[in-house]
Design a protein around this ligand. Structure first.
Ligand code: THU
Length: 131
């Protein structure tokens, strides 16, 4: 799928966001190595801390369907510049995606920032730290 189309998939995913508290919708489109697209949106909760971000929704959907190899992740929101993933999502992305995988951060105006997983969270806590 062309990148322009992929950005549209993230925008579509954003429309399903459940955000009664923040009213801040986030969308994600995760492409697996076998070409599937997993959509994710943020899903909030009255107990705020159990809110799930769009990026983690997409990754957990893929993983729970047995899909674990990824090509690219796009994230979008209505932000001034490209949306910045939160720390929890950076940690989860670092755990589940290859260090060199591309992450495309964007917004609904179409601003784009390309970054790799390893640059999203330098010094991430990882399995190596548990040895
Ligand atoms: N949010 C995401 O979905 N992804 C991020 O990386 C940043 C924050 C959501 C969580 C919450 O529903 C709303 O944005 C405001 O923090």
């Amino acid at each position: 799928m062309e990148e322009k189309e992929l950005l549209k998939e993230a925008v579509k995913a954003r429309e399903f966001a459940y955000v009664p508290y923040s009213k801040f919708k986030v969308g994600a489109a995760l492409v697996s190595k076998d070409g599937q697209i997993f959509h994710g949106c943020n899903i909030e909760n009255a107990a705020y801390s159990v809110t799930n971000c769009a990026e983690r929704t997409a990754l957990f959907k893929a993983y729970s369907d047995g899909v674990t190899k990824f090509e690219k992740l796009v994230v979008t929101a209505d932000t001034d510049g490209p949306v910045s993933p939160c720390g929890a999502c950076r940690q989860v992305i670092s755990e589940l995606c290859d260090a060199d995988m591309e992450v495309i951060l964007t917004n609904i105006k179409g601003d784009i920032h390309r970054i790799t997983v390893k640059d999203l969270l330098p010094g991430a806590f990882s399995s190596k730290d548990l040895k």
